[in-house]
Ligand binder design. Sequence first.
Ligand code: ADP
Ligand code: AMP
Length: 207
Amino acid sequence: MGKRILLLGAPGAGKGTQSKQLAEKYDIDHVTTGDALRANKDMETEYGTPRSFMEKGELVPDAVVNEIVKAALEDADGYVLDGYPRNLSQAEYLTEITDLDAVLYLKVAEDELVERLTGRRVCSECGTNFHVKFNQPEEEGVCDECGGELVQRDDDTEETVRERLSVFEENTQPVIEHYRDEGVLVEIDGEQTPDDVFEDIVDVVGE
Ligand code: ADP
Ligand code: AMP
């Protein structure tokens, strides 16, 4: 059985960046509700489209994301879960459908999060993350991995970033406290270089 890793952290904490490396190292699936929703933005649900929530920085209804996660975990032999659970009701649902081997919290201060998110650039082809200052591609606007075009996410504007961070404080911070109370949360200093963050995570998860 592959490792089952839960990676918690605010928007911009580096979950996607680390998950990509972890999925490779442990040969497990990268399960990310954000990417899954972006790929199905205009899917009609009884609540409206994911887009209508995402462009405001609000959470997509639990029923929609729970379904995505259930299907993805059923198919996975080990996974790193990124972007879920984002509220206590999602955390309860997760407990019903799976066990976890490690619960990690990437901690980053709010000012740094704003700078990371507003400077993030994402490959439109393969989804690799870059940053205009902290993680520049070799050629501006072009993905190092696949040559795809780098774009800014619609929700990475300053105004929507502020809303997403306040949604995190209100809804997701209690999820972090829930795992802390259970005694399973391991806090990682997310303000180090990506390589140092990765080393700390591997120290916790093991070989
Ligand atoms: P999340 O998935 O948690 O929203 P990302 O992995 O997309 O976060 O990272 C957000 C932005 O910050 C990206 O532009 C990424 O290149 C950059 N970044 C990620 N990790 C670090 C780090 N340790 N130091 C500086 N910048 C980082
Ligand atoms: P992310 O890529 O993780 O930053 O997520 C982008 C957006 O997708 C969020 O601002 C939400 O609108 C939506 N989203 C992603 N994951 C979830 C989730 N677990 N619950 C509700 N909404 C989500």
